[in-house]
Design a protein around this ligand. Sequence first.
Ligand code: NAP
Length: 536
Amino acid sequence: MVRGTHLDAVIVGAGFAGLYQLLCLRDRLGLKAQVLEAGGDLGGTWYWNRYPGARCDSESHAYRYFFSRELAEEWESTERYPGPAEIRAYLDHVARKFDLRRDIRFNNRVVSAQFDEAAKHWRIETESGERCTATWLVTAVGCLSSANVPTIPGLDAFKGRWYHTGQWPHEGVDFRGKRVGQIGTGSTGIQAAPVIAETAAHLTIFQRTANYSVPARNAPLAPEFQRWTREHFEQIREIAQSTVNGHAFRIEERNVADVTPAERQAIYEAAWEKGGLQFRATFKDLLTDRAANATAAEFLKARIRATVKDPATAEALADIDHPYSAKRPPIDTDYFETFNRPNVTLVNLRKDPIERITLQGICTRTQEHPLDIIVFATGFDALTGPLLRMDIRGRGARSLREDWKAGPETYLGLQVPGYPNFFTITGPGSPSVLTNMPVAIEQHVEWITDCIAHARRNGVQTVEPLADAAREWGERVQEAARATLLYDAKHSWYFGANVPGKPQVFMPYAGGMHRYRKICEGIAAQGYQGFVMARA
Ligand code: NAP
């Protein structure tokens, strides 16, 4: 970045969102735009998350851009679920095809952005002290990119090595002959444990909240399926863009009570065999009706008990305290089977909590567990964390950290009152993490692009939402969550409950991607209702 440069737009982040936003602003609107990226290359989430077993939970034919048929035809996925290397290769292909790299500055972490009210532009500064200004500031920083390492006394003095899964060393970690402790059994921990156990001398898994998981059933993609996805590009896109969660499958129209117990069992068994997130699409009331949900929960708990041989371990793993899918449901490859290995132990932190980390291991209330390596699969300061890590200041130097002290307040998860010309791709208050992310990202990027085009056509200098519009949207976000069982799992990261001191507010919009898309389209069609478009 050249000191003092003025750009039409700065985009923060070079993952799925940043790349497409650059393409739209630069090539469709003709803006002078630049991406600033903290990492050393493309990928966003997939640049950092290279932990053992890392793999996307969305299927390859849906975890991609849909804006170009040509792009879809050129790219061949190799497995049912793409791994980080394949996703990075895909993004590299996209960047080459559209010549995007020339406008991306890697190793440039944005640390602050301040709106200059007189000049009506943003002053942006990176960690290395470089500065530029931009009329439009778009954050494409991801929802799960700010690693959450819990504060456990003693970690600093630990004599072994420790790693967070979201900041995994690119050269990998050699677990051979090592005693490994893994804290965390969310989507990440459930993927990592079976792979770590294959080479570690011993793996101790520290579980605080037991979790459901459905087999992913990953496999190489058959050439016929690859051909089918190319031939049915429009149909796949139509489904992904019209469903609740942006995946390329529809949620069944039936309720649990519409079928007999025997039929229900057969439906669950078939979904279990098929594997993947589609399990939750078996009935439409799984996320809204407690009794319906309990049938899925019981089915999954029974599977855990049937798989895990040691009864006490099975009981600790099946002792799940929330409805199925109320926390983000993981999918796995041999997770529960891993507990049958002689070199794997489960520690139930609900009964035996971690007290401290010692020089040589983790000390729970009852005993010390000697370890050479600790793996923190402890998740992220989700949604707000990546934004608040930067010092973002709007009108009158008001600070986003201050303004969001009681929780994020956005209009549509796209803009914040008091922060003109500032857009957040998949920000809090949008469906974001409740969807197949690339589909949510494309919708946001295209909406933002249209909004900026509209402003430029009409001589508008600043775009920002009305405070009332944001407040009302915030209420709708809470209402949408309350209508689902997601609201029951108060200890989920959707509420920010995993980060001590974080305000406890349900953050994503749970009303469904299909509904959200219509709301955004309607607002734009009505002349950007709720937004102030100022000409001077
Ligand atoms: P997570 O879902 O937040 O899970 C973190 C785990 O660490 C939980 O088991 C949590 O326990 C535990 N934990 C946190 N702090 C702890 C502490 N102080 N002591 C003991 N245990 C602690 O994080 P994640 O597994 O990294 O997943 C985050 C999200 O990333 C997922 O939900 C998903 O959206 C996304 N993800 C996607 C994929 C994929 O697509 N393949 C893979 C991985 C992640 P509690 O539950 O008790 O808090």
